[in-house]
Write a protein that binds this ligand. Structure first.
Ligand code: LMR
Length: 393
C-alpha cells in the first residue's frame, strides 16, 4: 500500500535550511528561514521566557489535560494582545493551536465548514505554506495582486481591483503586519479601504499575524487587525507566538474568531471540535509561558523591552543595508529595504541571481529573493551589499 505513495514536493524554505547546514564554508550567511538571530547568529531564549520557565518548574504540579480549547487564561491573554479592546468579549471565540500554522490550518477548515465551496483570496506572493495547506485541503486559492516589483511596495490599486472579485462565502487572507515574504505593508488608510471593500463584498477576512512586535511596535502592528475587528461582523485571526516570544519549537498559537454574540456559542464549539478532530488538546507549555508573561507586570515589561531591542536591531540592520547598497551603487534604488518592516524583504532578484549568491558567495536566501534581515549583523551587511551588486541585482 505504501508503495503507491508519490513523493511530495519539498518545502522550499525547509529544504534551504538543510542545504545551509550541509554547506562546509565557514563564512556562509543564512538569510533563509524566518527565525530571529542575534549578532552572533544564535536564536536566544528570551529573558522573560527563561524566567517564566523557572517559575513554572516550581509552580506546576500536574501535566493533566487542559480544556480542548486550551487554557482559558491563554485565550483571553492572546485576544487582548492582538485585539486590544477592538471587539466586545461576547463576540470572541478562541482556541490555542500548535503554532501559527496550526491556527491557519484550523481557520481554513473552519471556513470550509462554514462555507463549503469557499475560495480563499491570497496575496501574490504569500507565505508558500498558505498555498500548500490550501492545496492539501482541496480549497481553491485565488491570488490577488499585492507586490509591485518596480517600487517593491504594495500595488494597492491592483490589490483592490482583484479583491473586488471576492464575494460573500469567500475569504480574504491578509497579513496582519510584516508581510511574508515581501516586507511591504498596508498603511492604516489602506486598511480602512480594505475594510470598506470587504464590507461591500461580504467576503470574510482571515488575518494571519505571525510577527506582532517585529514591525513598528506591538500596538502599531495590530492596528490593521483591530480596525478590521471593529468594522466587520465576522473575522478570523491566526496569531503566532513563535517569533515574538521566540518559542518556535514549543508550537504556540491562537485562532480567534469574531462573530455576532448570537453565533458565539456555536463558533466556539466549532473551534473546539476542530481541535478534537485534528490533535485533541493543544500543546500547553509555550501557551502557559505566554500567559505568565502577559499576566505578570514584571515579566511583561522584561519581554516588551527585549522585543523592542529585537525590533530596533532589525530596523538598524535594514537601514545599514540600504545605506551601504546606496553608497556602493551610487543610487537610491535599494531605499525600499529601509521602508519595509518585519523580518523579511523581497530583494527583487532573479532565481539565477539568488543561485549565484549561494554558489559564489555562500549567501542563502529563499529562491524568490526573500531575505531574512535578522540573519545579518554589522560585519555581514557590507559582505551582502557587495555580493548583491556583484551578481548584478
Ligand atoms: C518562514 O516563513 O520562514 C517561517 O514562517 C518559518 C516557516 O515555517 O516557514
Amino acid at each position: 500500500m505504501f508503495g503507491s505513495l508519490k513523493p511530495q514536493p519539498a518545502d522550499k524554505i525547509l529544504a534551504l535550511m538543510g542545504e545551509y547546514r550541509a554547506d562546509p564554508r565557514p563564512d556562509k550567511i543564512d538569510l533563509g528561514v524566518g527565525v530571529y538571530k542575534d549578532a552572533t547568529g544564535h536564536t536566544p531564549i528570551m529573558r522573560a521566557v527563561k524566567r517564566a520557565e523557572k517559575q513554572l518548574w516550581d509552580a506546576e504540579t500536574s501535566k493533566t489535560y487542559t480544556g480542548l480549547a486550551g487554557d482559558p487564561a491563554f485565550n483571553a491573554a492572546m485576544a487582548s494582545l492582538v485585539l486590544g479592546d477592538a471587539a466586545a468579549g461576547d463576540r470572541i471565540s478562541s482556541v490555542a493551536t500548535p503554532g501559527g500554522t496550526g491556527a491557519v490550518r484550523q481557520a481554513f477548515e473552519f471556513l470550509r465548514m462554514a462555507s463549503p465551496p469557499v475560495r480563499v483570496f491570497v496575496s501574490d506572493p504569500t507565505w508558500p505554506n498558505h498555498l500548500s495547506i490550501l492545496k492539501h485541503l482541496g480549497i481553491e486559492a485565488v491570488p490577488y495582486r499585492y507586490f509591485d516589483t518596480e517600487t517593491r511596495g504594495v500595488d494597492f490599486d491592483g490589490m483592490l481591483a482583484d479583491l473586488a472579485g471576492a464575494r460573500a462565502g469567500d475569504a480574504v487572507l491578509l497579513h496582519g503586519c510584516c508581510h511574508n515574504p515581501t516586507g511591504a505593508n498596508l498603511t492604516l488608510p489602506q486598511w480602512v479601504a480594505v475594510a470598506d471593500l470587504l464590507d461591500k463584498t461580504g467576503a470574510t477576512p482571515l488575518i494571519d499575524i505571525a510577527y506582532q512586535g517585529f514591525g513598528d511596535g506591538l500596538d502599531e502592528d495590530a492596528a490593521g487587525v483591530r480596525l478590521i475587528a471593529a468594522r466587520l461582523p465576522e473575522v478570523l485571526i491566526a496569531a503566532s507566538c513563535s517569533k515574538n516570544f521566540g518559542i518556535y519549537r514549543e508550537r504556540t498559537g491562537s485562532l480567534i474568531a469574531l462573530s455576532s454574540s448570537a453565533d458565539q456559542g456555536v463558533t466556539q464549539g466549532t473551534l473546539a471540535y476542530l481541535n478534537r478532530q485534528n490533535y485533541s488538546f493543544p500543546p500547553d507549555h509555550g501557551a502557559r509561558l505566554v500567559t505568565m508573561i502577559l499576566a505578570d507586570p514584571g515579566l511583561r515589561a522584561e519581554w516588551e523591552t527585549e522585543l523592542e531591542e529585537i525590533r530596533r536591531g532589525m530596523l538598524r540592520l535594514r537601514e545599514a543595508l540600504a545605506a551601504e547598497l546606496g553608497r556602493l551603487s551610487g543610487s537610491d534604488r535599494f531605499g525600499f529595504l529601509a521602508a519595509h518592516r518585519g523580518m523579511f524583504s523581497r530583494l527583487g532578484a532573479t532565481p539565477a541571481q539568488v543561485e549565484r549568491l549561494k554558489a559564489e558567495h555562500g549567501i542563502y536566501m529563499v529562491g524568490d529573493s526573500r531575505l531574512n534581515i535578522a540573519g545579518l549583523n554589522d560585519a555581514t551587511v557590507p559582505v551582502l551589499a557587495r555580493a548583491v551588486l556583484a551578481v548584478g541585482i
